[in-house]
Design a protein around this ligand. Structure first.
Ligand code: FMN
Length: 202
């Protein structure tokens, strides 16, 4: 198994953040439940307003269970083909009573990013899925109680693709090229960074 980092003491956090890409094609190698639980354990340490910790995690693994989730997800650039689908998911659940609080939503966002980074530290690719079809049915299938909402679903699996990140001031639209490779344009730092006072870049 490829580990992005073998030892937390020499983790290069900058490389971990910058090399993580959304992965939408996965090897069909299972992820151990120990690692899936470790990823959720890491996410538990995310900061939250007033330390409310407005999240819960639902791990989905095993072919039958993952099939139930796959049908409800929308994929940018097209869904993974047969044989390249996610082998696990973390369903990020949010307490309904906080769903209108922007600060709790921000906390859930941070929690999601920690899941992505923790996964990548094991060499596990991920894709954050916010577009979920028919939440109601999915909640029923997964037996999620009424008091919780699905905030997002994180698809997981060892990568079977390597998206290309590129700097682009013009188009920020991710795209697949003729060979099917995913390209992810990122805005250049100088276009979005201001020091001491806002400087118009136009
Ligand atoms: C809140 C949020 C929701 C997202 N929802 C989806 C989604 O529904 N489907 C999908 O394929 N990607 C989704 N993504 C992944 C983005 O498309 C991806 O992060 C973006 O294209 C940049 O690529 P990168 O993650 O490789 O940097 C989502 C990301 C975030 C943060």
């Amino acid at each position: 198994m490829f580990l992005f980092c073998t030892d937390t003491t020499d983790t290069d956090i900058h490389a971990l953040i910058q090399t993580r890409r959304s992965i939408r094609k996965y090897k069909q190698e299972e992820i151990s439940l120990v690692i899936l639980k470790q990823i959720c354990d890491d996410a538990r340490f995310t900061p939250s307003p007033g330390n409310l910790q407005p999240w819960e995690f639902l791990i989905i693994h095993g072919r039958e269970s993952t099939n139930n989730v796959f049908d409800h997800l929308e994929w940018l650039g097209g869904a993974p083909e047969n044989g390249k689908t996610p082998v696990a998911y973390v369903v990020l659940l949010m307490s309904k009573k906080y769903s209108d609080e922007w600060s709790c939503l921000a906390g859930l966002g941070a929690c999601g990013q920690n899941i992505l980074l923790s996964a990548w530290s094991y060499g596990i690719g991920s894709c954050w899925i916010g577009s979920i079809n028919n939440q109601k049915t999915l909640k029923k299938i997964l037996k999620i109680p009424e008091r919780l909402n699905i905030f997002s679903i994180i698809a997981l699996g060892y990568p079977a693709e390597k998206p290309i990140v590129e700097e682009s001031a013009d188009s920020i639209r991710p795209y697949r090229d003729a060979s099917g490779k995913m390209h992810i344009p990122k805005k250049p730092l100088e276009d979005i960074l201001h020091i001491n006072h806002y400087e118009s870049k136009e």
